[in-house]
Design a binder for this molecule. Structure first.
Ligand code: MN
Ligand code: MN
Length: 296
């Protein structure tokens, strides 16, 4: 990473933080989910940045990857436990961060949210060159259990890289993994705390996709749409990005690309109904001199 790259990464971090904090202040009962997601993506564009992945907001037992479909009229409700997860890239340099908002009047989810915040802080306090990811995972697990909850075990933190939202190393939320942190790694740590057993599964219709390789056979695929998809350079994308294409063309293209293994779908990740989950996330640079949290 040269000085210009570092500046782009830091800029992505500042914009991601501003988007997250705007969302935290503006998520209220009665507000449309799509309003929050579209507004933070507009904020990025105004700063000369773009989404590293579609902005996402997941309510209650829905833990991650809820992204508004085109025309989504769903609103936040009193009593909700709301995650908002925002990724920004500047010239391909990715910053990923998230927070959780308690929409109950009696502060019902504040302990759960604190558990994920404590876990993130405990993790960041450990980050350094040579530290094992298992030790970070152990700190996450202990912090969450200290408040009486369970970490979500099948979601992990991750490395980020240029034009890549997820890469090695995986940062688990329990004591597992032999990999060690190295100087220059950029990592996102994102503990999820759960009132349930701490396991999520894919459920529901995917709104988020990722082109993992160019199609082997582009016959019958709309050229303009394929170009528009490829312009995202393999970053995750959402159905609502392509509202200017006829829906039937979009659906046909998604299924053709998916059938060839060229496009991967990311459905919502959910716990059992009635279980609540909270997420807190920062992106940071592992430096020889110490950690720099770029989304703080
Ligand atoms: Mn995230
Ligand atoms: Mn992440």
């Amino acid at each position: 990473m040269n000085a210009e790259h570092l500046e782009s990464l830091r800029k992505a971090g500042r914009i991601a933080r501003d988007c997250r904090e705007w969302a935290r202040e503006n998520i209220k009962p009665g507000v449309r989910l799509a309003h929050i997601l579209e507004t933070v993506e507009d904020m990025m564009a105004k700063e000369g940045a773009a989404p590293a992945f579609p902005a996402q907001t997941s309510r209650n037992h829905v833990t991650a990857h809820y992204c508004s479909p085109p025309g989504d009229e769903q609103v936040y409700e009193e009593g909700d436990c709301v995650k908002v997860d925002v990724g920004v890239h500047v010239d391909g340099w990715v910053a990923d961060n998230a927070c959780t908002v308690d929409l109950s009047e009696d502060g019902r989810w504040s302990e759960l949210i604190k558990a994920s915040e404590d876990a993130l802080h405990a993790a960041i306090a450990l980050v350094g060159v040579g530290v094992r990811v298992s030790d970070i995972g152990g700190a996450v697990e202990s912090a969450i259990q200290a408040r009486g909850f369970e970490p979500v075990r099948n979601l992990t933190g991750h490395g980020v890289a240029r034009w890549k939202v997820h890469c090695a190393p995986q940062i688990p939320s329990y004591r597992e993994g032999r990999e060690q942190l190295r100087a220059g790694m950029i990592i996102a740590i994102e503990p999820f705390a759960s009132t349930g057993v701490g396991m999520i599964e894919e459920r529901g219709k995917a709104e988020v996709f990722m082109l993992v390789r160019p199609p082997r056979n582009a016959k019958g695929i709309d050229k303009d749409l394929l170009n528009a998809i490829q312009a995202w350079r393999g970053l995750p994308i959402a159905r609502r990005y392509f509202n200017n294409f006829p829906p039937e063309v979009l659906e046909d293209t998604i299924s053709k690309l998916a059938r060839q293994g060229s496009l991967v779908r990311f459905p919502p990740l959910v716990e059992r109904v009635g279980v609540m989950t909270a997420q807190t996330e920062h992106t940071m640079i592992v430096g020889a001199e110490g950690v720099e949290v770029i989304t703080a």
